[in-house]
Design a protein around this ligand. Structure first.
Ligand code: SF4
Length: 422
């Protein structure tokens, strides 16, 4: 029996299946592991057997037989063919939970193993998890307990921090991730200050690694924790730049370039992106040829003005009250992505990735607030859920943006501050 650490919101989670507004059995590939596939071959029920033969086929490019040995062919409307009229899974209803594939029975849970301890969290792409996790006013807790049997569940990442030859960030994973989550939960600071402090920390950690002075990392971690407790970062945070026009320009460039509807299969997310463009007043204008550059200048100024107004009138007042929603999103991401191992074991690159998520969510919500005339908790949670479903399951999205940020030399603390501060 292994020990486990479990995110608090999982205690209350129950799949709402048929009434789920963004059901996981719609729009995504359904993967069947080898053991479950063998069980389906032995089924006696004639009708189900007919369905299995018609819709399940072996996957020629399987990367792991415990995950995607076979696939389910979706219907033309992208529904899993095993969903009945009430949008409930027929396999589960007629054969029981034990007949669900590893992927179907695991989702939305995510399991990592760190030093033999199983870490349970869940993806925000599930609307019910999004409500429970993001809506937790007092924040998300991670508690350690003795685990049950987890034999058939998919373990996402296995890490041993004690191994002599582990990369540096693996060795210090627990301390660095703990420090990051501690900063994110330090509510004496505003969320944007917390994001900047994390940047200052990881700029230093990156510097120590580059200078081959990794032995100083443990001492720095202790020093950083004390500094957070005593508000010692104020002097470093204050002079970091704030430039809302540049923020708008960079994030709009990213949004225009990477929100490719051919690659994003969440209708809900794409519909929010439409609302964003309408709300911010972009894409509505027809610019006459003869005055293109003057009009463009003016339209950029108008855009920037509207962005600032929407931030001040809608986004800021809402987040002054409810920034725990974004805090919870970030804490959950840091925990389950084993931050700062997230990006090629480069701490500042992982931080950049965190900032991209934070700033894109903020940016989109500012635009959406213009379309909807304000923000509500339900709306913000729905948007972040769709963001997670549309982008976080699209493996290349954040990687491509990360590369773009590097090409443009935006990967500095100054640019991170421009993306974070308003
Ligand atoms: S998305 Fe979540 S609540 Fe909805 S059907 Fe899937 S597991 Fe259930």
């Amino acid at each position: 029996m292994k020990k486990n650490v479990k995110a608090s919101y999982l205690n209350d989670f129950k799949c709402i299946g048929g009434v789920c507004e963004d059901n996981c059995c719609i729009g995504w590939n359904v993967e069947i592991d080898k053991k479950t596939y063998a069980k389906y071959e032995k089924i006696k029920d004639k009708e189900l057997t007919k369905y299995f033969k018609k819709y399940i086929y072996k996957n020629d490019v399987s990367y792991d037989k415990n995950v995607d040995y076979a696939l389910v062919e979706l219907e033309a409307n992208k529904h899993c063919p095993f969903l009945n009229q009430e949008k409930l899974c027929r396999i589960q209803a007629e054969l029981g939970e034990n007949y669900l594939s590893n992927v179907c029975s695991s989702y939305p849970r995510l399991i990592n193993e760190v030093d033999g301890i199983l870490e349970y969290s869940a993806t925000i792409s599930c609307p019910e998890i999004a409500r429970l996790a993001l809506g937790a006013k007092d924040g998300i807790e991670f508690k350690q307990k003795n685990a049950g049997n987890v034999e058939d569940n998919i373990i996402n990442i296995i890490v041993n921090t004690k191994k002599e030859d582990s990369p540096l960030l693996v060795k210090y994973l627990q301390e660095l991730r703990g420090l990051t989550m501690g900063i994110l939960k330090s509510r004496d600071y505003t969320l944007w200050e917390r994001m900047l402090i994390i940047g200052i920390v990881f700029r230093k950690i990156q510097e120590l690694i580059n200078l081959n002075k990794a032995e100083e990392i443990p001492g720095q971690i202790v020093m950083f924790s004390q500094k957070v407790d005593h508000r010692g970062f104020q002097r470093e945070v204050k002079p970091l730049p704030i430039n809302q026009s540049a923020q708008l320009e960079i994030l709009k460039e990213i949004s225009d370039k990477f929100n490719d509807s051919n690659e994003i299969d969440s209708e809900r997310y794409l519909s929010f992106i439409n609302e964003f463009y309408k709300g911010i007043g972009a894409g509505k204008k027809s610019v006459k040829k003869e005055s293109r550059s003057a009009a463009l200048k003016q339209s950029n100024a108008e855009l920037s003005n509207r962005y600032n107004v929407l931030y001040k009138d809608f986004y800021k007042p809402f987040m002054d009250e409810k920034d725990y929603i974004l805090e919870n999103y970030l804490v959950n991401f840091v925990f389950q992505s084993l931050f700062p191992m997230t990006e090629n074991n480069q701490p500042f690159e992982s931080y950049t990735n965190l900032v991209i998520r934070y700033s894109l969510i903020k940016f989109n919500l500012i635009g959406i607030s213009g379309f909807r005339n304000g923000l509500t908790e339900t709306l913000v949670i729905e948007f972040i859920q769709s963001f997670s479903k549309g982008l976080e399951h699209n493996y290349n999205f954040f990687e491509k943006i990360g590369e773009y940020i590097q090409q443009k030399n935006y990967d500095t603390m100054e640019y991170m501050s421009i993306l974070i501060r308003n």
